[in-house]
Design a protein around this ligand. Structure first.
Ligand SMILES: *[C@@H]1O[C@H](CO)[C@@H](O)[C@H](O)[C@H]1NC(C)=O
Ligand SMILES: *[C@@H]1O[C@H](CO)[C@@H](O)[C@H](O)[C@H]1NC(C)=O
Ligand SMILES: *[C@@H]1O[C@H](CO)[C@@H](O)[C@H](O)[C@H]1NC(C)=O
Ligand SMILES: *[C@@H]1O[C@H](CO)[C@@H](O)[C@H](O)[C@H]1NC(C)=O
Ligand SMILES: *[C@@H]1O[C@H](CO)[C@@H](O)[C@H](O)[C@H]1NC(C)=O
Ligand SMILES: *[C@@H]1O[C@H](CO)[C@@H](O)[C@H](O)[C@H]1NC(C)=O
Ligand SMILES: *[C@@H]1O[C@H](CO)[C@@H](O)[C@H](O)[C@H]1NC(C)=O
Ligand SMILES: *[C@@H]1O[C@H](CO)[C@@H](O)[C@H](O)[C@H]1NC(C)=O
Ligand SMILES: *[C@@H]1O[C@H](CO)[C@@H](O)[C@H](O)[C@H]1NC(C)=O
Ligand SMILES: *[C@@H]1O[C@H](CO)[C@@H](O)[C@H](O)[C@H]1NC(C)=O
Length: 502
């Protein structure tokens, strides 16, 4: 309806602040279009940008039939946007994976993660609506087993959960269960060019719920909650997204930033809540003609079990496990020669610090530059096949993949095939890494490795200096810290018949 209103704004037609040049598939392009929209809509109080974006984010997928938008599907006839911007927006609304595993409708965010903007915008639009509807919010915040079992199942389904995460998680596991996809979740992918991203190619067969889709859905839920609870109707969505995805880098913890997506999500959603929402979603899908056949011969117990499996696996892989930035995303050179496979699961973790670089990195561009320079140093000066470490903790909230889970590293002389070498970027003789980064390692990363059968359940943690007596790595202060971790072990050995413990 409001499109008619827009059509009556003649002054807008000639002026154009449309960005010059071709748009790349970067979050900046999305935010830039939002800024243009906000600029042109600022004098039209009856058309809020939130409403507009609800329309822009309108999805053609099945789940939106259950939660119909109050407005009609907008034909994207926004006269003040350039043709290129319109084409770009149209593409973003249609998130698909083609036969060459290229995922469409996703953008690269400044933190180095890839995001589908559609569930993100749906979440924000929905959160902003809810401000006036308190009962909905009360329901959304109720995490205990709800008293609503007497209601029709879909009434227990919270719209913000449904439109961001629950329906697609349910659908993804349903398709996997019905053997219509090879995997239930993921995968991640690689961009063709990080400074001018155009093509995002997945690393393996797609599920219905790819990593980019999941990231957008998690961000949509987080920002939907934020907008519903705190901010109210966002008059300035571009500012909200700039803060959330901003390039200035992380500073302090507990921020409402994409870098802390998993932690912020965990603060809002527990496994019981997610399971309840997925189960309601499955019940709803079972009632729909289009999806009913996927439930053939499934008992209600099996539906419950599928919901439980979906919630468990999602929480383990996308909330408890840290997000790992893959090699392609930091511009790794190839491995020289042929890597040796590790025999999993391993029994040991060796903690390192990089010493050089001596300061943790706080932005994606700084962290990726550090990774590249360490790899160059290890390959060209040390003469190793690749960056030595198995994984590196950046300082921007992410873990960077070095040699990864499967390849023998070059980190702890004499023990490279026995354990993973994990390094904190920075010099930790006198200072400690940030609390968030320590937590990420101590809890999330190690637990995730055990769950994924990369580490044996009774693994132990050691400092590099315990294994190679001539080094001070991982620094006095960091070593003192890891000595307090429950899986840390003193190492004892015999030297000329004398027992030493370090
Ligand atoms: C918005 O306001 C304009 C001008 O005041 C009006 O022409 C238009 O019909 C309004 N649109 C809606 C959806 O109310
Ligand atoms: C890219 O930019 C050029 C020149 O600015 C323009 O001619 C071309 O149409 C643009 N491409 C797209 C897809 O809009
Ligand atoms: C949105 O916020 C940004 C930064 O705070 C500001 O520059 C811009 O003018 C604002 N836009 C509108 C429409 O208020
Ligand atoms: C948000 O939730 C409401 C239900 O309260 C639903 O009608 C609406 O379609 C949802 N919005 C979007 C964009 O999904
Ligand atoms: C979405 O993309 C697919 C292929 O990428 C195409 O077949 C389909 O028509 C598109 N849908 C819309 C609504 O643009
Ligand atoms: C559920 O509803 C019953 C009856 O309406 C009420 O007595 C009970 O306290 C409720 N339980 C919770 C957890 O709200
Ligand atoms: C990435 O794109 C930029 C801009 O188009 C170009 O200058 C650069 O060479 C490209 N990088 C690679 C590795 O292709
Ligand atoms: C669903 O299928 C049933 C039986 O085939 C049919 O009667 C009903 O009209 C269908 N409903 C819709 C919404 O298509
Ligand atoms: C469902 O059960 C029927 C009858 O037992 C059987 O013929 C059919 O193949 C089953 N379908 C699936 C998908 O297992
Ligand atoms: C613990 O690990 C050691 C090797 O480090 C292995 O020999 C032992 O069997 C393991 N214990 C259990 C209970 O798995």
């Amino acid at each position: 309806m409001f499109l008619i209103g827009l059509g009556l704004l003649p002054a807008l037609f000639c002026a154009s602040v449309a960005r010059a040049g071709n748009l790349t598939f970067h979050m900046d392009s999305v935010v830039g279009i939002l800024e243009d929209l906000e600029f042109y809509l600022k004098d039209t109080p009856n058309v809020t940008v939130a409403e507009l974006f609800q329309e822009l984010a309108y999805c053609g997928s099945k789940k939106c039939q259950f939660f119909p938008s109050p407005m009609t599907l907008m034909p994207l006839d926004l006269p003040f946007l350039s043709q290129e911007q319109k084409t770009f927006l149209k593409g973003l609304r249609n998130q698909t994976v083609d036969g060459s595993l290229v995922e469409h409708g996703v953008v690269l965010a400044p933190d180095g993660t890839t995001i589908s903007p559609r569930p993100l915008l749906v979440g924000i639009a929905n959160g902003s609506k809810k401000k006036q509807e308190r009962p909905w919010l009360a329901m959304a915040l109720d995490t205990g087993p709800s008293n609503s079992s007497h209601l029709k199942p879909h009434l227990a389904l919270d719209p913000l959960f449904a439109t961001t995460i629950a329906m697609d998680l349910a659908m993804s596991f349903l398709l996997f269960h019905a053997k219509q996809s090879q995997v239930a979740l993921g995968p991640n992918g690689c961009w063709d060019n990080l400074s001018a991203p155009h093509t995002f190619t997945l690393m393996g067969p797609p599920s219905h719920f790819t990593d980019a889709f999941i990231n957008g859905a998690m961000d949509g839920l987080i920002l939907g909650f934020y907008v519903a609870e705190k901010a109210g109707l966002p008059s300035n969505l571009s500012a909200l997204l700039n803060d959330y995805y901003g390039e200035e880098g992380v500073e302090g913890e507990n921020q409402l930033r994409s870098n802390f997506r998993r932690k912020n999500f965990a603060a809002l959603v527990n496994e019981a809540k997610l399971r309840e929402q997925v189960e309601s979603s499955l019940q709803l899908l079972q009632q729909q003609n289009e999806t009913a056949s996927l439930f053939e011969n499934m008992t209600s117990e099996e539906v419950s079990l599928l919901a439980r499996q979906a919630a468990e696996e999602f929480m383990a892989l996308y909330v408890e496990c840290p997000a790992v930035i893959p090699r392609c995303m930091w511009g790794a050179r190839p491995y020289k020669g042929t890597p040796t496979q590790l025999k999993l699961p391993l029994h040991f973790v060796y903690i390192h610090h990089t010493s050089t670089p001596s300061k943790p990195c706080r932005t994606f561009s700084a962290c990726t530059a550090d990774m590249r320079s360490m790899q160059r140093f290890h390959q060209d000066i040390r003469g190793w096949d690749d960056i030595g470490y198995s994984f590196v903790i950046g300082g921007d909230g992410y873990v960077y993949q070095g040699r990864g889970w499967h390849w023998v590293g070059a980190h702890t002389l004499g023990y490279n095939s026995k354990g993973y070498g994990i390094s904190f970027i920075g010099d930790y003789m006198k200072a400690l890494p940030g609390a968030y980064d320590l937590e990420l390692m101590k809890n999330n990363f190690l637990r995730c490795a055990v769950r994924g059968s990369k580490l044996h359940a009774n693994y132990t943690i050691h400092g590099h200096r315990q294994m190679v007596l001539t080094t001070s790595c991982p620094g006095d202060r960091l070593f003192e810290e890891i000595e307090t971790w429950k899986d840390f072990r003193v190492r004892c050995f015999l030297n000329h018949g004398v027992r030493h413990c370090v």
